[in-house]
Structures are given as C-alpha cells and as structure tokens.
Design a binder for this molecule. Structure first.
Ligand code: NOJ
Length: 557
C-alpha cells in the first residue's frame, strides 16, 4: 500500500538559470519556469525540483546563499515564486526546493558579522580553529573544490574558518543550537509558503570530527587531502537531521525530504531512510555509477578522462541498492544531474542517439523507485561544448589541464575531454525550438557554446522521438506492476540490462541492450503482452532478439 503522495512521483530537475529566460537577459528565471509547467505536465512529470533560487553572489550558482528569505534578483521576485507555486498546484503537481543547510555564502550577514566582530554571537555560527603549532593551517583536510578546507580569517585575525566547498562558502556550525533553529525557521518559511518538499544539499557533512586530527600520509607533509572520515556520515548527522526534519514534519507531515547523500553506500541509505526515524524519505547517492577506467591514459591526471560505463559494475551497484532498500524506502533513479555530464554524452552512443537514450531510460526508470529526470534529458540533450577553459569555472580544472599538457595533449584534446566529462558542460541552456538560442532566450545565454541539433518543438512533432518515448515510459510507470512491484535482477550477458518487476500478481520483464552489438535473450516466461518496444527488438515464445541499443518491456499473461 502506498502511504504518501511522493511514493508515486516522477521528479523533473530544473537548473533555473538554464531552463527558460522570460526577461531577455540570457539567464533563465522563475516566470520562465512557470510558463513551461504545461510542457512538464504533458510529459508526465508530477514533481519539480528547483536548484537553489535564493539570493546569492552566484559563486556556485546559488549554492552560496546570502539571504534565504529572498529570491535572487536574476531569477525573479517573491511574487514570481508565489505565482509558480500556485501554477504548479493548479496543475495538480508538486514543487520541491533545494535547501542549502551545510554552508552559507561569505556575503551572508551572519558571516559578515562573524568577521566584523569576533565577540558577536554570529562568530559561533561558523567553524573556527586556531593555527597549527607552526602557524599554518589547523590540519591537512582537503576541500571538495580543491585545496584546504581552511581559509584565514579575512578580517586579519589569526584563526582559520572551515569550508568544505569554495572558500566563499563557509560551513555552518551545526553544534550551535541557534544555527539549528535558524535553519528550521528558513525551512518552515518556505514550507508555509506552499512548497511540498526539500532536497537537502550536502546534509551528510553537517557533523565534523575533532579538528586536531590529521589524515596520515606517507610523506608526512601537509598537502590537503580529501578526508571523508572526518566530515562525512558522522553519527551526529543523524541527530541533526532528525531534529530538523521532525520539527518540520510535526507541523507539515506531508513534506517530502530527499537528501543528497552523494557518498552513501546501501547501508547508509537504509540508515538515512528508515521509516519512523524522521530523517529522509529518500536519498540520492552517486554510488550507483560505475565507469570502466581500464582504458585511462596513465600519463596524466584521470580526473576528466572520458570513460565508458562499466555495465557489470553498474548492475552490481543497482542490485546492492535495490536489495538493501527493498523493505525500507524507494531508491531514487537518475542518470544525470547538475553535478555531472549529461547521460547522452556520457553513456549514449553517438551512432545510435535515439535508441541509446531510450534503452538507457528503460533500463533505469521502470525499476522500483522514483525517477528524477534532468531537464533536457527527455530530448536526448547532449553536453554543451565550450571553447574556453574558463567556462568550466572550477579550481580543479587548471591542475588537470597542466597535467594533460605536460603529457603532450593538445588544447583541442583537452577541451574535448572537459566538454565530455565536466559538470558545467551538463548545465547548458534548454533547447525549446530551432530559433536563435533555441528559444531559451533572445539574448546570448549565460552559458553558450556548440550544441547538437535537437529541440522540444521538433520532438513533440515526431511520434518516434525520445520525448514521446519518455512520455510513454512515464505513463507505464503509473500502471501495475510498476506501481508496487519488487525489483528482481535477471542474469544476462554483460551488455544486457534485464530485470523483472513483480507485484505478486503480474510480472513485467524489462530487457535492454546497452551496446551496439546485437544480442539475444531468453525471457523467464512465455507469452504476455508487449508494453513498450524500441530499436527493433522482437520476441517469439521466450526468445528476444535485440538489435543495437534496443529494448523491450513485456508483461506476463
Ligand atoms: C552539492 C550540489 O549538488 C553542488 O552543486 C554544490 O556545489 C555543493 N553541494 C555545494 O553546495
């Protein structure tokens, strides 16, 4: 039995700056999103997740918040958000906001106050530490955005403050009850405004270990190194999370909470989503993905080297998550988000763009769980291709470039690798039609480069398009046995992805060829009805024949 509205949803993720520009400045905005609600409804979306829209200096495109109670002026006004909420509601849909609770912008008044007056109560809203004995950084812990987690007090004091991401994004001190209260107040403000849920950004990092600890390395030097054991998944995270969620749910029990738990393994996923604990309803882990690194070029940094999917490892990860969560919560199902390259570029086959997009979607979205579709994915949108290294806006890129150059790679090759793998290449403008700037804007978009020729208008007009396939797939997802079925992975050849969904009454077999080589497969049952087919897959009796990147969904009789 389904218990919550969010058990049966299909989420669509919108990067607001890149979706639809209504005020001619080349930056997507809230009214632009509102105008496209009918498009999303038509596609079969039930819930919209917006990346952060709060006031922000945009160092990290909105994940650096300077005022949680204001909408960033480049995206619209509070009235625009209210209109969006109303329109979503009128369409029978739901809206969830990104909620950035681990850090603020250094331009947030709390941090400014903390710098201006070390005696102020806001000093303790952040994490401060005295220098090490040699006067240097307190420890060798590394930031996810490169370099150390420590930055010197810019006001001239001797202390350092902690930042897990950019140094302009200081981490909040969740030990401080005033911080916990302040963040609960923000969440309540937005829930009372009418949003239906929160995507908790980086919540797994809320608790930090004792700062006097060093991560040992062989050289004994103090080069910063990512040290997850000191700032990811510490036991205290559960308490902070619970105290935050329980208060919101006490007043608004229908609020949906999906947590970004990027490095959570299946057991941690269970821990964060166990019913009755008032933590997350679902989590988003990055641990499903598995790339084949056997072809990496060892002569330079592997950070942005393109890699094919390791299908077997991907299947193993899927099984691990599905098995662990079977009696606990629904997995989230996604191929891409704003922190990674687009799936069409990463795993799609340029020789079979349509079939590969459809096969990948079929392999994933009929599984037990909640689909999260990244804007443009329903068109088979590929990465944008930039011409300038500065477009990647990432402190770790210069190190990669230097290493690739030292190994003799040309600028063209380096740009090709970055354009294929970097998250910024996955954040290009949505492509609505074939006019200039693809109907995203009539102004040069904030992110621009070369793009592939595809757009929503053309795909809506083409019954065989990826768009229409997604529409059918999402419709199917709303029918038995997919609404309530268990996931059972079936054994198959390496490049096939095959599983059963079984609700105790009916079974559906999903058979996908994730390669350009033709394959055959024996179904676990005879007969039945074809629910969805693409790429020329056929079956007779139990025998399925699968040309390149084809797929078949068949229901038992
Ligand atoms: C995770 C978000 O998905 C990412 O885009 C952001 O940079 C970090 N959290 C910091 O907020």
């Amino acid at each position: 039995m389904r218990k919550h509205w969010y058990d049966q949803q299909t989420i669509y993720q919108i990067y607001p700056k890149s979706f639809n520009d209504s005020n001619h400045d080349g930056i997507g905005d809230i009214p632009g999103i509102t105008a496209k609600i009918p498009y999303l409804k038509q596609l079969g979306i039930t819930t919209i997740w917006l990346n952060p829209i709060y006031q922000s200096p945009q160092v990290d495109n909105g994940y650096d918040v300077s005022d949680y109670y204001q909408v960033d002026s480049s995206l619209g006004t509070m009235t625009d958000v209210e209109t969006l909420i109303k329109t979503v509601y009128e369409h029978g849909m739901y809206l969830i906001f990104d909620f950035v609770l681990n850090h603020t912008s250094d331009q947030h008044p709390w941090f400014k106050q903390a710098l201006a007056d070390p005696q102020s109560k806001y000093r303790d809203y952040y994490l401060w530490q005295d220098p090490a004995a040699d006067g240097g950084r307190p420890n060798n812990w590394g930031s996810f955005f490169g370099g150390s987690v420590w930055a010197k007090d810019p006001a001239g004091g001797s202390q350092y403050y902690f930042h897990l991401f950019d140094k302009r994004m200081p981490d909040l001190n969740w030990k401080n009850p005033a911080v916990q209260q302040a963040m609960r107040d923000v969440a309540e403000f937005w829930v009372e405004k009418g949003i239906d849920g929160l995507r908790l950004d980086a919540f797994i990092h809320l608790a930090k270990a004792d700062f006097r600890q060093t991560y040992p390395n062989r050289t004994g030097d103090s080069t910063p190194i990512i040290s997850d054991m000191f700032y990811a998944h510490l036991p205290k995270v559960h308490q902070y999370l619970h105290d935050f969620v329980a208060v919101i749910k006490a007043k608004h029990p229908d609020t949906y909470v999906v947590g970004e738990a990027s490095s959570a393994d299946p057991h941690l996923m269970v821990d964060y989503t166990t019913p009755g604990t008032d933590e997350c309803d679902q989590v988003i882990t990055f641990r499903t993905f598995a790339d084949d690194n056997t072809q990496d070029d060892p002569s330079f940094s592997d950070t942005f080297q393109p890699r094919p999917m390791d299908v077997t490892a991907y299947k193993q990860n899927t099984v691990g998550i599905q098995a662990a969560l079977a009696d606990t919560s629904l997995p989230t199902l996604y191929w891409n988000n704003h922190d990674m390259a687009r799936v069409a570029t990463r795993y799609g086959d340029p020789d079979y763009p349509q079939a590969s997009a459809k096969a990948l979607a079929t392999a994933l979205y009929l599984q037990r769980g909640i689909p999260i579709i990244y804007y443009g994915e329903e068109l088979g949108l590929t990465n944008i291709r930039y011409h300038d290294i500065a477009d990647f806006e990432d402190q770790t890129v210069p190190t990669f470039v230097a290493s690739a150059q030292a190994a003799g790679k040309s600028k063209v090759e380096i740009m090709r690798m970055l354009n294929q793998t970097h998250k910024m290449a996955g954040r290009g403008p949505m492509q609505w039609d074939n006019t200039v700037y693809h109907g995203f804007s009539d102004h040069l978009p904030w992110k621009h480069g070369d793009t592939d020729d595809m757009n929503a208008q053309a795909e809506i007009a083409d019954p065989d398009s990826i768009y229409h396939y997604y529409q059918q797939l999402l419709q199917l997802k709303q029918c038995a046995p997919f609404t309530n079925g268990q996931f059972i992975m079936l054994g198959s050849a390496e490049q096939l992805f095959t599983y059963l969904i079984d609700d105790g009454q009916k079974q559906a077999a999903i058979v996908c060829n994730l390669s350009a080589q033709a394959q055959t497969y024996l179904l676990p049952f005879v007969g039945g009805k074809v629910l969805l087919v693409q790429g020329g897959a056929t079956y007779r009796g139990r025998q399925v024949t699968l040309p390149a990147w084809s797929s078949l969904v068949v229901k038992s009789a």
